[in-house]
Ligand binder design. Sequence first.
Ligand SMILES: [Fe+2]
Length: 135
Amino acid sequence: MAIKWSPEYAIDVEIIDNQHKELFNAINDLLEACNQGKGKEEAGKILKFLENYVVEHFHTEEGIQKESGFPEYEAHKRAHDGFIQSFNELKKAFDEEGATLSFVVKINRIVVDWLIQHVTQADKRLGVFLKKGTL
Ligand SMILES: [Fe+2]
């Protein structure tokens, strides 16, 4: 299974859309590394990159939300914090089992499904708020 950014995921905030593209690419690289049996080293490197990049990306979004007075900031931040917790569990699974099929299933469930849902709903509402000044 692959994950690919598409224009339907755009929230029309350039810096956020660019970071989302970067995230989608890294996740896709991770899935590929696992599926092609590139093994633990390559997948481990991408996981490390993702771990840092996710934090950076969430800071960008949360900063924009605070500055603009986005009314759903608190709930949005909670969603981000929850994801970071799940991501840490994913990392633990990787350390224990490596780039196994069950790990790939976990990436799809914990990262891919969450990200698509989050971008198309919660993040999209930020885009709407920034454009219209209201929700
Ligand atoms: Fe978000």
